[in-house]
Design a protein around this ligand. Structure first.
Ligand code: ASP
Length: 345
């Protein structure tokens, strides 16, 4: 099917950052097939060139996921394909562009869930798996487990035939510099600097996707390097089913980004599902309410969600969130801040 890109005027906003602000949400005209995010840690001073690179990467991820479903693939295939594109891009804090731990290593987390049968898989703290989302899917489909961590997860992924890389593969100058800045701040303030709510480079670019295929099956996945300057062994929300990722065909597929500890404590992704299942809230209301609960414990972040009818919500409480969605007819929308950005050609 030919891809149609909706060309939208790129108008720029609002000098004032909106952190911590009321959630904003897009996605007016269903049905959508796929929604993606590239993290809610958007710095205020992103150059126009970098914005364009992000828009192109988000568009490529949406296109890859769309192509899977257009060619008869499942929502799981679409989620995996979209996330692999973002993991392979150094722009995002997942796979190739992962942030560093305090000790200067990259420890990656990912999860995936199928809404049809509530099957789920996750890997945590892996250092040599090129595409952690594929490791998560292998755990889901080829093991009796839901979550595997560290060397055991790596061995399992290798035996499943997934690509192994040297840990140096994940080294990027941009993330290394961000770690150095965080270490300096930490020395000055003796606070753990990943707790700083306004420093953009401490919370960049986790990626996620949520999809609905032609059979009505929902799926979601999330992949991350975690938080800049995290301690060795720290696991965030991204590989935790119910916090970073959740999917249930009766309601919604969800992927989260933001301060992971707060998303774990509020079971954020499951919370969206629960409000839809038990309170019959529409998806936009449920996603915004989940973020409100996170704000109540001083957390921040964003959520993407697609419901069983193909309605999407992409609220966030930070300055911006890299995000986008594609409709059944192939129209792509991408956004960074509040503006409805032009999808690159
Ligand atoms: N939620 C991720 C974590 O805490 C970070 C992020 O989304 O930026 O590991």
């Amino acid at each position: 099917m030919k891809m149609r890109l909706r060309l939208l005027p790129a108008f720029l906003l609002l000098a004032a950052p909106v952190f911590p602000a009321a959630a904003s949400s897009e996605g007016g005209s269903p049905p959508y097939l796929l929604v993606v995010h590239g993290g809610s840690g958007v710095p205020a001073d992103l150059s126009e060139d970098l914005r364009e690179e992000y828009r192109q990467a988000l568009t490529a991820a949406l296109q890859a996921g769309y192509d899977k479903i257009a060619n008869g693939g499942s929502s799981l295939d679409a989620v995996e394909a979209a996330i692999v594109i973002m993991e392979d891009s150094p722009l995002f804090n997942a796979g190739r562009g992962a942030v560093f731990t305090h000790e200067g290593r990259n420890e990656l987390d990912a999860s995936i869930m199928s809404g049809r049968d509530l099957e789920a898989g996750a890997v945590a703290g892996v250092t040599t798996l090129r595409n952690p989302i594929q490791g998560a899917r292998a755990v889901m489909e080829q093991s009796p487990h839901v979550m595997m961590a560290g060397p055991g997860a790596e061995l399992f992924a290798e035996r499943a035939g997934l690509e192994k890389v040297d840990p140096g593969f994940f080294w990027t100058q941009r993330r290394w510099d961000a770690l150095q800045r965080a270490l300096e701040r930490e020395e000055r303030s003796d606070e753990q600097s990943h707790l700083d709510p306004v420093e953009g480079d401490t919370r960049p670019g986790t990626v996620g996707a949520a999809a609905r295929d032609r059979s009505g099956n929902l799926a979601a996945g999330t992949s991350t390097g975690g938080m800049n300057n995290k301690r060795h062994g720290r696991i965030g929300d991204s590989p935790v089913i119910g916090a970073g990722t959740y999917a249930d065909n009766s309601t919604v597929a969800v992927s989260s980004t933001g301060w992971g500890e707060k998303f774990i404590r509020t079971a954020a992704a499951f919370n969206v599902h629960a409000m839809m299942a038990y309170q019959e809230k529409p998806v936009a209301e449920a996603a915004a309410a989940a973020l409100d609960q996170i704000a109540e414990i001083d957390g921040y972040g964003g959520i993407i969600a697609i419901d069983k009818e193909g309605n999407v919500a992409m609220p966030y409480t930070t300055r911006g969130m890299f995000r986008g969605a594609v409709t059944e007819s192939g129209e792509i929308e991408v956004y960074i801040y509040q503006e409805r950005a032009r999808a690159p050609e």
